[in-house]
Design a protein around this ligand. Structure first.
Ligand SMILES: Nc1nc2c(c(=O)[nH]1)N[C@@H](CN(C=O)c1ccc(C(=O)N[C@@H](CCC(=O)O)C(=O)O)cc1)CN2
Ligand code: MG
Length: 284
């Protein structure tokens, strides 16, 4: 039976550490950190995530602002708002909730954010710094996964990590970070065109699923004792499920993250950590 990696509990611990660090920053004469969230349109999941981010900020003593924009806003108007937030000295972090509507080129918008305020770490300058091993900020979901591994003493050095999914937000940075010095995993970045994906997964000591396909990873794809990190959040008729068949995987794996209550809450905790850092504080 696998040990359950409780991301909800760990995220609360980390958010408590961030609250302490915010209080220390302010009492040393620093400014109260402030996160500006930009939400375009009415996507119900995005509304929940932004609300949860704001609530988490509030509880940690981080000020938060929300700009809600209509789904049909032009790219030019959105860029104007970003320019204003970039110039506002009271704003330390800017977050544009994804996905954006079709008329807007997400990469153009993300590149418009001042890299020093880019607490999602999606700007090419921040991606480049991360690739070179000198990160300003780490992207929130991969950063959350690394925290889960470290704080549960899950060894990565010399291990084979398989990351399934090559998104810019999760798969690519996750694979890169695990291969970097200090984490020292040997990494396979697998995706929809990888031949014999089940066999590749069976060779993984650490399996990270970030594909967005409900319960795609079956129990017999998992090496006994492996650490299984499920980044997927899929809404199905039977509720919220991950990319991993949890019931089958739990019987084989050494560690496993649940969905919900695994990686998702860690993403939000690491956004607060980046906002604290953007304001000059010490992030955990
Ligand atoms: N600008 C960004 N956009 C998006 C990001 C991101 O990091 N930055 N990631 C995802 C959405 N996301 C944060 O924005 C996110 C997704 C899920 C959770 C979470 O806590 N999930 C819960 C389940 C909640 C539910 O959906 O019912 C869980 O897993 O327990 C937090 C953040 C895409 N967009
Ligand atoms: Mg993309």
């Amino acid at each position: 039976m696998a040990k359950i990696l409780d991301g909800k509990q760990l995220s609360l611990t980390i958010r408590g550490e961030i609250a302490d660090a915010v209080a220390r920053l302010v009492s040393a004469g620093g400014k109260q950190p402030c996160l500006a969230a930009v939400l375009v349109g009415e996507n119900p999941a995005s509304q929940v995530y932004v609300r949860n981010k704001q609530k988490a900020c509030e509880q940690a003593g981080i000020a938060s602002r929300l700009a809600r924009l209509p789904a049909d806003i032009s790219q030019a108007r959105l860029l104007e708002l970003i320019t204003k937030l970039n110039a506002d000295p009271a704003v330390h972090g800017i977050l544009v909730q994804l996905p954006l509507p079709d008329q807007i080129a997400a990469d153009t918008v993300l590149r418009a954010i001042d890299p020093a305020k880019d607490v999602d770490a999606f700007h090419p300058e921040n991606v480049g710094l991360m690739v070179q091993g000198q990160p300003r900020f780490l992207p929130c979901t991969p950063h959350g996964v690394l925290q889960m591994l470290r704080r549960n003493a899950i060894e990565t050095a010399g291990k084979h990590a398989v990351v399934i999914g090559r998104s810019d937000i999760v798969g690519k940075p996750m694979a890169l970070l695990l291969a970097q010095r200090g984490w020292d995993a040997t990494v396979t970045l697998a995706h929809s065109r990888t031949p014999d994906l089940p066999a590749v997964c069976r060779s993984a000591d650490l399996l990270i699923a970030a594909v967005g396909k409900p319960e795609m990873v079956r129990g017999d794809w998992i090496k006994p004792g492996a650490a299984v990190i499920d980044v997927g959040i899929n809404r199905t008729d039977s509720g919220l499920v991950g990319d991993v068949d949890y019931a089958a995987a739990e019987a084989v794996a050494g560690w496993i993250t649940p969905v919900p209550g695994g990686v998702g809450p860690m993403t939000i905790a690491m956004l607060l950590a980046n906002t604290l850092k953007a304001a000059g504080g010490e992030s955990p």
